[in-house]
Design a protein around this ligand. Structure first.
Ligand code: DC
Length: 223
């Protein structure tokens, strides 16, 4: 049996990772693993259970009993389907503190790796190329200025009826960048063997094309 093909796409909030990763997965005919969605759903489940983002016994107990089911079209945490609420400004504001906790990351490591053992996939997140799939065949790091990322996110929220201003969205993006890249466990960082794609000024189609070209070249080099 041939080994599953893993394409790791990392980058900060709003860099276009999930749109690009989803499209690239569809173009290659393989699965898409949205690890941010898993962190978001878990942060919401913990917060709804009244468990704050601090390393304490109650958190560890909740994580020990945690069930995460990933299916091609969905994600269930503790038997509950993760819905659109995982994309809300509230979820945005609570997810990074939970994702910074070593016990949360540890609990999710196995869940994510199991997916990659089962099937070929494009995985997007913050530590795909550095921690979760260090042996990934292709690693991409997407970047964009914080202003461009905030405007993309504002438009996305607006389309869903949320009236957050550019300034509010920019502030939240900067705060998430700060927490995601300064945490001690698995901070947002480009893997040494990743290629950086700066998406400022590029359309989604152009980013998708650039990523697909890089993947083809990398796979060809590997034979
Ligand atoms: O990609 P996203 O915006 O949906 O991610 C939500 C949060 O989850 C983000 O602020 C950081 C965290 N995250 C992470 O720490 N590691 C990942 N692999 C994916 C997301």
């Amino acid at each position: 049996m041939t080994e599953p093909l893993i394409i790791a796409i990392d980058g900060p909030a709003g860099s276009g990772k999930s749109t690009v990763a989803r499209r690239v997965a569809a173009a290659l005919g393989i699965a898409y693993l949205d690890t941010g969605a898993i962190y978001r759903a878990i942060a919401l489940a913990l917060s709804q259970a009244g468990i704050p983002p601090v390393e304490k016994d109650e958190l560890r107990k909740a994580l020990a009993g945690l069930s995460v089911e990933i299916t091609p079209g969905g994600l269930k945490v503790n038997g509950r389907e993760a819905g659109i609420e995982i994309r809300s400004p509230f979820a945005d504001s609570i997810v990074s503190p939970y994702a910074a906790l070593p016990s949360v990351r540890e609990a999710l490591l196995t869940v994510q790796r199991e997916q990659g053992e089962r099937t070929s996939l494009v995985a997007d997140g913050r530590d795909m190329g550095t921690v979760v799939f260090p042996g990934a065949a292709v690693k991409i790091f997407l970047t964009a200025s914080d202003h461009v990322r905030a405007e993309r996110r504002r438009l996305e929220l607006q389309a869903r009826g949320d009236a957050s201003t550019f300034g509010e969205v920019l502030e939240r993006i900067r705060e998430r960048d700060r927490i995601d890249s300064t945490r001690e466990t698995a901070p947002l960082r480009m893997a040494d063997d990743a290629v950086e794609v700066d998406t400022d000024g590029l359309s989604i189609d152009e980013v998708e094309r650039a990523v697909l070209v890089h993947i083809a070249k990398k796979l060809q080099d590997k034979g």
